[in-house]
Design a protein around this ligand. Structure first.
Ligand code: AMP
Length: 273
């Protein structure tokens, strides 16, 4: 595995190999969710590039940028064992200069749900993903459905900017008890972790209701909110794949999303129907 820390090193290592490139951008503290993305990239491409970069522009003031988990040694090992060809591991000065051009999310879809709770977050995400995709020149790039709104906006950016990369969605990987894997789970105390299960439990119940024939989104939201008690819920939303609010679930075109604070940790989860 080649570790490239600069743009020059990345370009040289990309030029030294041929074939399709599968790219998995991450912020590190790698877990089985990330590994699943890497494995999918491995199985569909000649080469796999992973980036690890804790992108400062997607964190708002007061968020966990400085304490975001960093696990350099373990991450390098995971990448190596997962068959990654090139690991791009830049520092902030490699990725950003002063007074730069940046990408802004769409006025509505970039500023609802996650974008409302974290205004400007997606502008930072889209800007860094654009930079990374241009650097890596990926054939395919892999993103988790766990970050459903992010995935949707990146797919839209690739279309709006006529980018040739194919954006691939990967199912959410969960612990046995249902908790969606996340680098932020390390912040959870033992009690928090039990509380955190309410997110996946509420989504499971939403799926159950839909399987029983319930379609009214108000009713599903009401039941979910009762399961989520007494967490500090930021939103429970039921939208179509374009992230428009809907009053009735349409199978094949619905995403149910939840965001809540568990202790001091903000968690998100969703289910695609
Ligand atoms: P992050 O390092 O949190 O920025 O995540 C990097 C990529 O991994 C993103 O595309 C995430 O959506 C994806 N990801 C994170 N957690 C999971 C999970 N539990 N299952 C599947 N993909 C995930």
């Amino acid at each position: 595995m080649i570790i490239a820390r600069t743009v020059l090193e990345l370009r040289a290592s990309l030029d030294s190999q041929t074939g399709s490139v599968g790219f998995v951008p991450t912020m590190g503290a790698l877990h089985i969710g990330h590994r699943t993305l890497i494995e999918k990239a491995r199985s569909e491409n000649d080469r796999v590039v992973v980036s690890i970069f804790v992108n400062p522009t997607q964190f708002l003031a007061g968020e966990d940028l400085s304490k975001y988990p960093r696990r350099e040694e373990a991450d390098f090992k995971i990448c190596e064992l997962s068959g990654v060809d090139i690991l791009f591991y830049p520092d902030v000065s490699t990725m950003y200069g002063k007074d730069e051009v940046s990408i802004k999310g769409p006025d509505v879809r970039g500023y609802i749900l996650e974008g409302a709770s974290r205004p400007g977050h997606f502008d930072g995400v889209l800007t860094v993903v654009m930079k990374l995709l241009n650097l890596v020149r990926a054939t395919r790039a892999y993103f988790g459905k766990k970050d459903a709104q992010q995935l949707s906006l990146i797919t839209q950016m690739a279309q709006n900017f006529f980018m040739s990369v194919e954006i691939i969605a990967v199912d959410t990987v969960r612990e046995k008890d249902g908790l969606a894997l996340s680098s932020r789970n390390v912040y959870l105390s033992e009690i928090d972790r039990t509380d955190a299960l309410k997110l996946s439990a509420s989504l499971k119940q939403a799926t159950h209701l839909v399987m029983q024939g319930v379609r009214e989104t108000n009713e599903i939201q009401r039941v979910m909110l009762s399961i989520l008690q007494p967490l500090n819920v930021e939103y429970v939303a039921i939208v179509n794949r374009r992230f428009e609010a809907i009053s009735e679930v349409v199978i094949g075109d619905t995403i149910v999303l939840v965001a809540a604070r568990v202790g001091t940790t903000r968690l998100i989860d969703n289910v695609w129907m």
